[in-house]
Design a binder for this molecule. Structure first.
Ligand code: 5GP
Ligand code: ZN
Length: 113
């Protein structure tokens, strides 16, 4: 997708503070962290939102969760973490490329505001 911010980050056209990368996914720190640890995990393939996950493209979602579990171990998140994905305007999705926020190292309110 030519005009997609996270496609550009995945392609390295826009710099990011990368934590992990393989052929399918990229993890990088959020530019505006909402917790002491706040990173995003994205598929390299353009999927516009959680609402666009289908049986054909969903394998990467399982892979993303294995990457999150691995990174949580490496980053010392043994006290817990939250995985969030926003879909559409009511949820506050601001970037139209599927991404999973991982927030940690502080106590997180529930339910979210
Ligand atoms: P959303 O609001 O769509 O759930 O989350 C988008 C996230 O992307 C926000 O937390 C925002 O701070 C982050 N973000 C937006 N632009 C950039 C950028 O250029 N680089 C990085 N690393 N994060 C970004
Ligand atoms: Zn994209």
């Amino acid at each position: 997708m030519q005009d997609c911010l996270f496609c550009k980050i995945a392609a390295g056209e826009i710099p990011s503070n990368r934590i992990y990368e393989d052929d399918k996914v990229l993890a990088f720190y959020d530019i505006d962290p909402q917790a002491p640890v706040h990173f995003l995990v994205i598929p390299k393939e353009h999927i516009a939102s959680p609402a666009c996950i289908t049986p054909e493209n969903s394998a990467v979602v399982a892979h993303i969760f294995t990457v999150i579990a691995k990174l949580a171990g490496e980053l010392g998140l043994e006290n817990g973490y939250r995985v969030v994905t926003n879909s559409g305007p009511d949820a506050g999705q601001s970037v139209g490329h599927l991404h999973f926020h991982v927030l940690a190292k502080r106590s997180l309110a529930w339910p979210p505001g």
